[in-house]
Design a protein around this ligand. Structure first.
Ligand code: SAH
Length: 195
């Protein structure tokens, strides 16, 4: 019964507060073992990919993939998270406005291979960020408010190339025992969202 989580909404303001308060238990200092495990599936023998990190936080896996020669593009509402990412990896960066999105900024590593958009993911479109060859979706679909899942999935589908690979991490638990996020997204729903 996922009904118990259906109405739950976490506002952007609440996410910003989590970052300010340091309530970021979701952040994995050592990176995610499942990305190591399934790296070959994500890359599928290809090099120089454009890889998207939706709701990226300060995920260290962005640095891993950039170091392997890929282009990493992320989106995150918290400017604090974005700045912490660059400073914790001692990466110099520049910031610039995004003309198409009011109030948005893009933070880019000086080397050019990591670009993090600071805005809501719902402000993005393929005309602004292009299309991606790969997606690492960890703490993203499961962090999206249940009422926004359909919109999120449609957007993600519009942002990927035809032959893209999409790694999705979900969490399995009894949704009556925890209000989320992360939310419980049953496999049947994933199938209907992504087809
Ligand atoms: N994927 C990251 C972070 C997961 S937590 C990781 O694996 O560590 C979810 C993140 O999404 C938070 O950092 C939050 O600030 C951000 N977020 C929430 N709603 C968002 C939105 N609409 N657009 C962009 N980022 C959002």
């Amino acid at each position: 019964d996922v009904g118990s989580q259906k109405e739950r909404v976490v506002t952007e303001e609440e996410w910003l507060q989590k970052w300010e308060m340091g309530n970021i238990g979701f952040h994995k200092e050592q990176g995610h073992p499942l990305l190591r495990k399934y790296l070959d599936v994500l890359l599928n023998g290809r090099s120089g990919l454009r890889i998207f990190f939706p709701l990226c936080g300060k995920a260290v896996e962005m640095k891993w993939l950039a170091d392997m020669g890929h282009n990493v593009i992320g989106v995150e509402v918290s400017e604090q998270a974005v700045k912490e990412f660059f400073s914790e990896h001692s990466l110099p960066y520049c910031e610039e406005p995004v003309p198409e999105i009011l109030g948005a900024k893009m933070f880019q590593s000086t080397s050019g291979n990591i670009s993090l958009y600071c805005c809501s993911i719902y402000d993005l479109s393929s005309s602004i960020v292009g299309k991606f060859d790969g997606v690492w979706d960890r703490g993203a679909l499961v962090a999206v408010n249940p009422c926004d899942r359909q919109r999120y999935a449609s957007l993600m589908i519009s942002l990927v190339e035809k032959n893209a690979t999409y790694l999705l991490v979900t969490v399995s638990y009894d949704p009556n025992k925890h209000k989320g996020p992360p939310f419980y997204v049953p496999e049947s729903e994933i199938k209907s969202l992504f087809g």
